[in-house]
Design a protein around this ligand. Structure first.
Ligand code: FAD
Length: 238
């Protein structure tokens, strides 16, 4: 995180990308300090939000898009009920509201020739950004599992190999099996990136490190959230 103190941004607009995914367009302040370095994989921001009692809570969201010319950035928030700090903020945010931002958070990753990107509804923004920012000549395979059958439309489909699974509420996840099936044969220069619920991320991490024997630098597999735990009550890296 480069900015130690939060930058105050203003909500410029909001829109629904899907019934369960809301975009916030943020501007104002010196947002340039939040610009990630070129080639950053899945850069993220810390949003300083207030809970129902007015206490500050910090929530992590991917930097979906940065428009330097307009001085705007986009954050896409998965909605999962009005009780959580992040979902409530996304649902209630109105133009003119203020929000503190810190970042960008970037986990170093070597440039690779082949990428396997996997995740659930919370990883959709990071995967969508990655598809837009990776060079056109690298091989990319995407495995996405979301409740929304139309989620594929939110990804730039530029000849990439995209597998989109629908997971209805109450159904078991098929993400790990789909990652295994989609793994490219050539692994010499493969990066596996994933963001998902912690139990599923753990299975993918074990698969990438133990079965595929990828070095840690080429496995970036994050616990984006953990069932039954609020952010801050678990480690996103392990
Ligand atoms: C690097 C990184 C980038 C991320 N990028 C994004 C992003 O771009 N968009 C995005 O939407 N999320 C993203 N996440 C995930 C997001 O930070 C978590 O989902 C976070 O818990 C949301 O906070 P909350 O206040 O809504 O819920 P919390 O207060 O943290 O949790 C309350 C309850 O809701 C459950 N819960 C939390 N998230 C979900 C969910 N998505 N679905 C179902 N149940 C949930 C928890 O298990 C808990 O029981 C990212 C996480 C990381 C680590």
């Amino acid at each position: 995180m480069s900015a130690a103190r939060p930058i105050t941004a203003t909500v410029l607009a909001t829109c629904n990308l899907a019934p369960d995914l809301r975009r916030l367009v943020l501007g104002g302040g010196d947002l340039r300090a939040l610009l990630p370095p070129p080639g950053a994989l899945g850069p993220y921001l810390k949003l300083h939000l207030a809970d129902a009692e007015g206490c500050e809570r910090i929530r992590t969201y991917s930097l979906r898009h940065f428009d330097l010319q307009r001085g705007e950035l986009h954050v896409d928030i998965a909605l999962h009920g009005e009780d959580s700090v992040g979902s409530r903020f996304a649902l209630q945010a109105r133009p003119g509201d203020k929000v503190g931002l810190r970042g960008p958070g970037v986990i170093p990753a070597p440039p690779c020739r082949s990428y396997l990107l996997a995740g659930d509804h919370t990883a959709l923004p990071a995967i969508a950004r990655t598809l837009e920012t990776l060079p056109g000549d690298v091989a990319v395979t995407v495995v996405l599992e979301t409740p929304n059958p139309d989620a594929r439309c939110l990804l730039a489909y530029t000849g990439r190999d995209i597998c989109c699974l629908q997971r209805r509420p109450g159904e078991p996840s098929r993400l790990m099996d789909a990652v295994s099936e989609a793994t490219p044969q050539k692994r010499e220069d493969l990066m596996v990136w994933a963001g998902a619920e912690a139990g599923i991320a753990r299975a993918i991490r074990k698969y990438a490190r133990t079965t595929l024997r990828l070095p840690p630098a080429r496995c970036q597999i994050l616990n984006y959230w953990k069932a039954g735990r609020a952010e801050g009550e678990f480690d996103c890296m392990a």
